[in-house]
Design a protein around this ligand. Structure first.
Ligand code: ADP
Ligand code: MG
Length: 327
């Protein structure tokens, strides 16, 4: 196998085939890339950086590392409701990064690119002791139509997509007795997030929401971010929070897992606000997109003692000591 690939070789051989939009990427042959926008559109931009042994382990495999990096970045775009266009890649290499590593890394990027119809348009490649990768995504949306954490209103309903906590169980699967099928399900949810890009776009298009965030730090933490940004409180109900069938099974055996699941990160679902009058329309959207959309509570005026009130089935407050993951 070829050792010590030069920066030029890496870009030309491995990254150029990912630059599928030659107009934007200029085939990675210029110093810069360029993005054309229609006059009434705005760019929405998001960056993620991951560091070896902090956000990923080499043993995760290069393909999984690359996939998750791009998918989690797409989830930020999903929360804005914009249409993803293209991305730039920060790539680092050291002695662990051989041809096979790069091929697997590129395979991971390629599979996500194909699914979301985006192109690599540029980046930078450096040597470093510890591996660091980054992606910056660019997306387009009609001016000032983006969903935002700042735009929730008092009395708005709180919805979440999909199910919560599966990725946490996937990451910690060794701690639990799981059937092979359930383990596979949780591991997949951990390694291969499903960013709700289409859902974000549909919420904007159908004018069903003004406010959304993606759940990356944990349900409670990300709801708390919305409350802080919109200057509101929230009431949510324990028995409304959606868990997958395998997670429900596990929760029966380990009820204490509940608070962990709603404060662990990496779900990459959307949490969004909606006016009560649009409840039925959201149920219809849920059917059309085949994504569970569950109302778990509502926004309230700011309450000084506790920003989020979590109620059990008897409407008693459950104490929360930790909202979620902090960077
Ligand atoms: P400069 O040294 O002028 O910054 P480079 O030689 O690093 O430019 O890059 C040459 C071209 O290759 C540029 O178009 C750049 O965007 C692209 N490129 C470099 N690294 C990457 C990467 N990791 N992914 C995608 N494109 C890259
Ligand atoms: Mg240059």
């Amino acid at each position: 196998m070829q050792k010590n690939l030069s920066e030029f070789d890496i870009i030309q051989k491995f990254f150029k085939p990912l630059a599928t939009n030659g107009k934007m990427s200029q085939d990675l042959s210029d110093d810069v890339a360029k993005i054309d926008l229609k006059e009434d559109q705005q760019l929405i931009i998001s960056k993620d950086m991951i560091v070896q042994d902090v956000h990923f382990k080499l043993s995760d495999g290069a393909k999984n590392i690359a996939k998750k990096l791009l998918l989690s970045n797409l989830s930020d775009i999903a929360s804005s409701g914009a249409k993803p266009l293209c991305y730039v890649l920060g790539f680092s290499k050291n002695k662990h990064v051989d041809q096979e590593f790069i091929e697997e890394f590129v395979k991971g990027l390629k599979s996500v690119q194909n699914e979301y119809k985006i192109s690599l348009i540029g980046g930078d490649t450096v040597k470093s002791k510890q591996l660091i990768f980054s992606v910056t995504i660019f997306a387009a949306i009609k001016k000032n139509k983006n969903l935002s954490r700042l735009k929730a209103k008092n009395n708005d309903l709180i919805f979440i997509s999909g199910s919560i906590g599966d990725a946490y169980i996937g990451l910690n699967n060794e701690k639990y007795k799981l059937t092979a099928a359930d383990k596979k399900f949780f591991l997949n949810r951990h390694l291969s997030p499903n960013p709700r890009v289409k859902l974000g776009q549909e919420l904007v298009k159908n004018n069903l929401s003004k406010c959304a965030a993606d759940i990356s730090d944990g349900l409670l933490a990300d709801l708390n971010h919305i409350c802080n940004s919109s200057n509101l409180g929230a009431i949510i109900h324990q028995d409304k929070i959606p868990f997958s069938k395998p997670a429900q099974k596990l929760l029966k055996k380990h009820p204490n897992l509940f608070l962990k699941l709603i404060s662990a990160g990496d779900d990459y679902e959307l949490i969004f606000s909606a006016n009560e009058k649009d409840y039925d329309k959201i149920q219809k959207l849920s059917k059309r997109l085949d994504i569970n959309l569950t109302c778990i509570g509502k926004f309230t005026k700011k309450n000084n003692s506790q920003q989020i009130s979590l109620l059990d089935s008897k409407s008693k407050i459950i104490n929360i000591d930790k909202y979620g993951y902090e960077h």
